[in-house]
Ligand binder design. Structure first.
Ligand code: ATP
Ligand code: MG
Length: 659
């Protein structure tokens, strides 16, 4: 059966709805729904008004110069991102407010006021200048989640040197490729970082990477874990030694609105990472606006986004958004299950965290560990919760709502990407009702649609491709050094070259709410029916035995593809499988029947494979493309961004031996 206008069939129904609490609305940063109509009537005026949040050395001549698909925002405006995140707060009472609350995995803790942060950042910037870093030079940052990571980013921004942060969990090869792609001149790293009580050997990895990085001539090493590390004469410098006697203070470079602020490589869920380029004025406008609206941030709040600064979420919502807004941002170094499964809840209790933002993969892990862990901590300071990174299965949403939010906190499910720089689809918690599993509606000033292959809007209720119809200030400007790939990858897949294609599938329901169906590359095609991975997985996670699941399409002679699912069971049930009190067949037939009940016979999995773990990227996303390689008996594709390549190899062996 041929399908002409490719769309995605969507079958799963979710009818629960949660309305904003009146009291919350009364105090909310955004209380009035007119904001959507106002922004739509004149998006340029809307964004220009938002840009007034920032301090500019010189205002722009033109809000937007749009030559599809190349955009310039706030043309000829001049500003500095570090000035906006640090210096400008010193003229206000926030001078003595906590800017960063840092907690290390071993339990050490450090609180930096805006004044402290300014002292540290300016010194760091002066050390970089001393090492010869100049405006326009690229600096690679490979650090653990410590305050110095934010300080180093801001110091780069201060002197106009674009940073390229590489997640501290990445290997030497991944670091090498990113350094070379960006042509970085200097690398900032540390001796090591703490993870589950062990040292992550960052300096050692960096040394291995640098044997093949001709552009790097200096390495700045921050002391964190204290073990001995080799230092190469004339190349490697301890930060602690260089900073002695270095001046505090000093100027910020005046940057053009369109000067590059950073390069960031995407997580690599689908293949070769892309160096996404973000610039200064539009990006900072986008992240400060969305941080203010979506997280309803107040000056008294303690705000914690658990993302690593190695991901875009860490850039936009740990560092730039919160600090531009003068907020207090929490940085935690280590694992959520160290020394116990309640580490996150202990941090919330200890610092009185009010707004908490994490990922579905973490929430599914919390569910697996059990609700007794959050229950023993005082989480009453929380008033708002958020998620990002993957579609959240409705059952995980409900668990989060109940066990973390005490059925009191609104949940904002935020859809966006490295490329979008800022949140694009999310509820505004004072005015938008939420539905578990739906990211709800595009933010004011953001135009999004669901279309078919030709770029025509699909009907409400039908699935299709998620596209962005109008430029937005924090949009990527290009892929570093590769305008052609930028055009091809994002603007060339749907005719017309004016729709930004996100790579995700989505459906809009009859209330105009968006449901992200997963990546288009992952869509399963069964006898001409294009089914969403998200819906099949959510049906499985709805079953009390299931902790997590991944659905893929496996080549099939008759149907085109057959549905294959990989499932991890919750602790108790996994034990039952291991000790034989329930057989594999009992598990799989029950789970197949459950999917049929939730979605229909068309979605019945052909096979279910029970496993202890699923292959994930280092940012915690399930890599379905590797599962397809396993199911179809191929050699594994690119595994460099996997969190733990052993998981995948083992899974392949077990799958092949049908264990
Ligand atoms: P790569 O582009 O290299 O394959 P990646 O897409 O995982 O990697 P990111 O930019 O970190 O890199 O992730 C963005 C993607 O994450 C989105 O395109 C979407 O698939 C998914 N995503 C993020 N937030 C949500 C959300 N709230 N709901 C559903 N999916 C989400
Ligand atoms: Mg992507």
């Amino acid at each position: 059966m041929a399908v002409k206008k490719e769309t995605i069939e969507t079958l799963l129904e979710e009818s629960r709805i949660f309305h904003p609490d009146e009291q919350f609305t009364r105090q909310a940063n955004v209380k009035n729904r007119d904001i959507y109509a106002e922004a739509r009537a004149n998006p340029r005026i809307f964004w220009a008004m938002q840009a007034e949040r920032l301090d500019w050395y010189r205002k722009w001549d033109q809000v937007l110069d749009w030559e599809p698909p190349f955009a310039k925002w706030f043309v000829n405006g001049k500003l500095n991102a570090c000035y906006n995140c640090v210096d400008r707060h010193l003229n206000t009472w926030r001078k003595n407010k906590a800017a960063i609350i840092f907690e290390g995995e071993p339990g050490d803790s450090r609180i930096l006021t805006y004044w402290d942060l300014w002292r540290e950042v300016t010194q760091f910037a002066n050390v970089l200048r001393m090492l010869g870093v100049r405006k326009g030079d690229r600096v690679a940052i490979y650090l653990p989640m410590i305050a110095e990571a934010a300080i180093a980013m801001l110091a780069c921004a201060r002197i106009g040197a674009p940073h390229s942060v590489v997640f501290g969990g990445f290997s030497a090869e991944a670091l090498r490729d990113r350094i070379n792609d960006a042509g970085a001149k200097l690398l900032i790293t540390a001796d090591g970082g703490w993870r589950r009580g062990k040292i992550v050997p960052l300096k050692r990895n960096a040394d291995a990477a640098l044997t093949e990085c001709p552009s790097v001539d200096k390495v700045l090493v921050v002391k964190r874990t204290g073990q001995e590390v080799p230092m190469q004469d004339g190349r490697d410098y301890w930060y602690d030694n260089l900073v002695v006697g270095v001046t505090v203070g000093g100027p910020c470079e005046e940057m053009d609105s369109e000067d590059m602020l950073f390069i960031l490589y995407t997580s690599g869920t689908t293949g070769k990472p892309k160096g996404v380029v973000h610039t200064t004025g539009g990006y900072l406008t986008g992240v400060s606006t969305t941080h203010h609206m979506v997280f309803d941030i107040k000056d008294r709040d303690v705000y914690w986004c658990t993302a690593d600064v190695g991901w875009v979420t860490g850039h936009s919502y740990v560092v730039y958004g919160p600090l531009a807004n003068g907020a207090t941002t929490v940085i935690y170094e280590g694992a959520p299950d160290f020394p116990e499964f309640d580490r996150f809840w202990a941090i919330i209790e200890r610092y009185g965290v009010n707004v908490f933002y994490t990922a579905p993969t973490a929430i599914r892990a919390f569910m697996k560990w059990g609700e007794e862990w959050p229950a023993r901590r005082d989480l009453s300071s929380l008033r708002l919760l958020g998620t990002v990174g993957e579609p959240i299965n409705p059952e995980a949403w409900i668990w989060y709502h109940k066990h973390i939010g005490s059925e009191r906190c609104p949940i904002v499910d935020t859809w966006w990407q490295t490329e979008t720089g800022m949140i694009m689809i999310s509820a505004l918690p004072g005015i938008i009702s939420t539905k578990p599993g739906s990211a709800s509606v595009p933010l004011p000033g953001v135009e999004i649609d669901v279309v078919d292959k030709e770029g025509n809007s699909v009907m409400l209720g039908k699935g299709g491709f998620l596209v962005i119809k109008e430029p937005w200030p924090a949009m990527l400007r290009t892929i570093y050094g590769d305008n052609e790939r930028y055009v091809r990858e994002y603007w060339g897949k749907i005719p017309g070259h004016t729709l930004y294609f996100s790579g995700d599938g989505a459906r809009r329901d009859y209330h105009n709410y968006f449901w992200i169906l997963g990546r288009v590359d992952d869509v399963i095609n069964v006898a001409g029916h294009r089914l969403s991975t998200m819906e099949i997985e959510s049906a499985l996670v709805d079953h009390p035995w299931v902790a997590e699941s991944a659905a893929i399409g496996k080549a099939h002679d008759l149907k085109g593809q057959a549905i294959s699912v990989f499932v991890t069971l919750k602790g108790k049930y996994f034990k039952e499988l291991k000790d034989g009190s329930k057989t594999r067949a009992e598990f799989t037939s029950e789970l197949k029947a459950h999917v049929v009940k939730k979605i229909g016979a068309i979605a019945r999995p052909d096979d279910i494979f029970l496993t202890a773990e699923l292959p994930k990227t280092r940012s915690g996303k399930i890599m379905r493309r590797l599962l397809r390689d396993i199911a179809e008996g191929r050699a594994l594709g690119d595994t460099t961004t996997l969190a733990d390549p052993a998981v995948c190899r083992e899974l392949k062996e077990k799958y092949e031996s049908k264990e």
